[in-house]
Design a protein around this ligand. Structure first.
Ligand code: AMP
Length: 398
């Protein structure tokens, strides 16, 4: 990485502002249902506490539309954070994220304690990337650490603006995300295989294009497969398809061929009379999807084919489910691939909300090398794009 890392800066007894992505999910009773984004920032927080810094944390939560709204307060996150830090540090919840009151709290807090600022998105200036707002945030600290990987694709004030006022560097989480990505896509141990699923080719076109040039094999499942099959003149019944993408897909197949990347498509499907968990289903080979039926999952022959394709892989990247996995009747293909990937000895990197969820639901999150904490940011990297939240950090001096 050509950006400064937290260890490259002097943070000892400094006021350090850490941008995290604590945009965590809640249930109807305001309980946090998944705190992996909080836990993922502990290495950075612990490092700063060891350095006796004043740890000031900033994050967004939900979409409060630029107005203070208690529903989107970060207070439950402060409670969870205190639970993880126990007696090691006191976690103080600030009433705001900028202003004289916050400055006073920072002056008064002890070195080795944590202050969690209130939701940045209570100010519309955050999402508008207002430089004045970034300057206000920068005035709270001596050093800025970026650890909000999940938000790094957004040009918001706290993501790209603070770096111009104070020295800035990547935190442990951000570095880990980038390092794994480098190992998976830009400098992988080969053979390297990408497993791609999900609903829309149009959402993932740039990813497939980028990976078709870099991978040894690309395995396509999910509804995306039907646009590829239709482009080859194969009947797909009532399955999801993007007719406007047929030529684009033909071009993608050409790119793969020219680059010697093997493209795999499903060879059988679970089809249903209607998109419903209780609908009648049957298994059919790919050329025999009945005209009035919808294909909603990959079948066992495809699972075997994909398993064989992955067998010799040294690196695997996975984004997107293999079928409509939210419905039990169409989830088998995705979970079979979870089993396949977790039993492989390859370096395995998983990213994207749905794929992440499949691993959480199957209780196998610890059996892959790395699950990215960023949906959109991970996809942007897979496209070969640059993340503004990383680009704006201070460069390493060579
Ligand atoms: P994406 O956001 O593009 O990764 O798409 C994820 C969505 O794709 C999930 O909600 C799945 O239910 C859906 N999906 C995957 N395969 C199919 C399929 N064969 N038919 C309909 N939806 C599908």
């Amino acid at each position: 990485m050509n950006k400064l890392f937290i260890k490259d800066l002097d943070v000892h007894k400094k006021r350090v502002l850490v941008r995290t992505d604590y945009n965590v999910p809640f249930d109807d009773f305001e309980n946090i249902t998944d705190d992996s984004r909080i836990r993922a920032t502990m290495p950075t927080i612990n490092f700063l506490l060891d350095e006796c810094a004043k740890v000031i944390i900033a994050s967004h939560l939900g979409r409060p539309d630029g107005k203070a709204n208690p529903k989107y307060s970060l207070e439950p996150v402060a409670v969870r954070l205190q639970g993880y830090l126990r007696d090691r540090a006191k976690v103080i919840m600030a009433k705001d994220c900028i202003g004289p009151q916050v400055k006073k709290q920072i002056d008064e807090m002890r070195y080795g304690d944590v202050l969690l600022l209130e939701n940045l998105r209570f100010y519309s200036a955050e999402e508008k990337n207002d430089p004045q707002f970034a300057k206000e945030l920068a005035s709270l600290c001596d050093v800025f650490i970026q650890d909000a990987f999940g938000n790094c694709h957004r040009k918001h004030a706290s993501m790209v603006g603070i770096d111009s006022f104070v020295p800035s560097a990547a935190g442990f989480l951000l570095k880990k995300e980038i390092d794994y990505f480098e190992k998976a896509v830009n400098n992988p141990m080969r053979p390297v295989v990408a497993l791609l699923g999900g609903a829309k080719v149009s959402d993932k076109i740039k990813i497939i294009e980028n990976l078709a040039r870099k991978m040894d094999k690309v395995l396509i499942g999910g509804a995306m497969a039907f646009t590829f099959l239709k482009a080859q003149g194969i009947g797909i019944g009532q399955s999801l398809v993007e007719d406007g993408m047929l030529d684009v897909v033909k071009n993608l197949m050409d790119i793969s061929r020219r680059n010697g990347t093997k493209l795999y498509l499903p060879v059988d499907f679970v089809v249903a009379e209607k998109f419903d968990n209780t609908a009648e289903t049957k298994l059919v080979p790919f050329q025999e999807i009945p005209e009035k039926w919808i294909a909603l999952d990959i079948g066992p022959a495809t699972t075997m084919l994909f398993k064989e394709a992955i067998q010799d892989a040294k690196t695997i990247i996975w984004n997107g489910p293999m079928g409509a996995f939210e419905y039990d009747a169409f989830s088998r293909g995705t979970y079979a691939m979870v089993d396949t990937v977790t039993s492989s000895h390859a370096l395995t990197i998983v990213g994207g909300g749905d794929t992440d969820m499949a691993f959480h639901k199957s209780g196998k999150t610890h059996e892959v090398s790395f699950i990215s904490t960023g949906g959109g940011a991970f996809l942007k990297l897979l496209e070969g794009g640059e993340l503004p939240g990383i680009a704006s950090l201070s460069d390493k001096k060579v």
